[in-house]
Design a protein around this ligand. Structure first.
Ligand code: PMP
Ligand code: GLN
Length: 379
């Protein structure tokens, strides 16, 4: 059969999680929490399921959840998106990103992707007839390289994917990054597809600035988020897209034929759960403890690293220890040390191997400590 995506195989996240399971390894590869969600949230799902909230909800999501999300956005980002015309509930950020790309990318359009980049962006562009234009982030700290971004823009540029807090590096965009982006695309019809799934996971007092926070950028941006990431329920596959009315209209045309709508009882449960802001305002502290514990253990190993500023990932360099390609090392570590991680070359279009690995620290303390103990044996 002729493949529309000949260069694409099974995602590394699935591959490494399977290998970890087969090898009985501690799985610090695929990004998902190794602990349960708040029992109050789970009980709410039970409550709404038993109450009979099990049929199709409205196509754009239940209004109650859209309203609570708008209130959360007001509280954390200082603007209130219109729940009726600017907020759509979708089946995970993956759907939001794909639907946003489908809404704007036309045949022959160019779309800027800052790399290293999450793997779902590229197929969302190419399946819609677009061409990804890769621009490397600054090597030192993974901040955007504005000179290179400016040079990459042409008359064909239709959109740019951005991601903050960034997977895999943890870089958190500053307000001046937002201003730079606004300036770079000013006066052009370039849309921003902003992946903000780690919006509530930032460290050391750093604040996440949504691209929607910037009044000028807001007019051109699809903000894509994930309740799964925020509330430790990645398997629920529930997220959202916030965009101006005209863009939301186009977005919903895609959403209604991709998935039509999103699982009902979870929407009611999340709407009620969001009533207490503490439930998301406490997340940075919760994850900071895990990052600090993991990194204090990492400093006892031979890896080199710069502490992650956001997301639940930590990158480490091992080039001074071994010249082994990262994929090979990740496989070897899973089989021999029984700790699985992600080789970061998969986040680059040319699979460039910088001898960097990614660990997910969204795990129970005991699991992190055991993994760190095993990592000391790397040589
Ligand atoms: N974007 C990034 C950067 C991610 O790490 C992930 C992984 N969950 C997603 C999007 C997808 O989110 P969801 O599970 O809500 O589809
Ligand atoms: N976003 C997760 C990660 O980066 C994986 C999600 C997935 O497996 N699709 O590990």
């Amino acid at each position: 059969m002729h493949s529309k995506l000949p260069h694409i195989g099974t995602t590394i996240f699935t591959v490494m999680s399977k290998l970890a399971e087969d090898e009985g390894a501690i799985n610090l590869s695929q990004g998902f929490p190794g602990f349960g969600a708040d029992s109050e949230l789970l009980e709410l799902v039970g409550k709404y399921t038993l109450k009979g909230y099990n049929q199709y909800p409205p196509m754009a999501g239940i209004l109650g959840l859209r309203l609570k999300l708008a209130e959360k956005t007001q509280l954390t980002q200082g603007y209130f998106p219109d729940p009726e015309r600017e907020v759509t509930i979708v089946s995970g950020a993956t759907e939001a990103l794909f639907a946003a790309a489908s809404a704007v990318v036309r045949k022959g359009d160019e779309v800027i992707v800052l790399e290293p980049a999450y793997d779902s962006y590229e197929p969302a562009i190419t399946l819609n007839g677009g061409k990804p234009i890769y621009v490397p982030l600054n090597e030192q700290d993974f901040s955007p390289d504005w000179e290179r971004i400016k040079k990459a823009i042409t008359d064909k540029t239709r959109a740019i994917f951005v991601n903050s807090p960034h997977n895999p590096s943890g870089y958190v965009w500053t307000k001046s990054d937002l201003d730079e982006l606004a300036q770079v695309i000013r006066g052009r019809e370039i849309f921003v597809i902003s992946d903000e799934v780690y919006e509530h996971i930032t460290f050391d007092g750093k604040k996440h600035h949504s691209i929607g926070y910037h009044p000028e950028l807001r007019e051109k941006t699809f903000v894509c988020g994930s309740f799964g990431k925020t509330f430790h329920v990645t398997g629920w596959k529930i997220g959202y897209c916030i965009a101006p009315p005209e863009m939301t209209t186009e977005f919903r045309k895609i959403h209604q034929y991709l998935t039509f709508t999103t699982v009902t009882p979870m929407q009611y449960a999340l709407a009620e759960y969001l009533e207490k802001p503490d439930r998301y305002l406490s997340i940075p502290d919760f994850y900071q403890k895990k990052r600090d514990l993991f990194n204090s253990g990492l400093s006892q190993t031979d890896f080199q690293f710069r502490s992650s500023a956001g997301s639940f990932f930590q990158l480490v360099n091992y080039g001074h220890l071994s010249k082994m390609p990262d994929r090979e090392l990740a496989t070897r570590m899973t089989k021999e040390l029984k700790v699985a991680c992600i080789p970061v070359s998969v986040f680059y279009s040319d699979k460039k191997d910088n001898q960097v690995l990614r660990f997910c620290f969204a795990k129970e303390e005991s699991e992190l400590l055991e993994a760190l103990d095993r990592l000391k044996d790397l040589n």
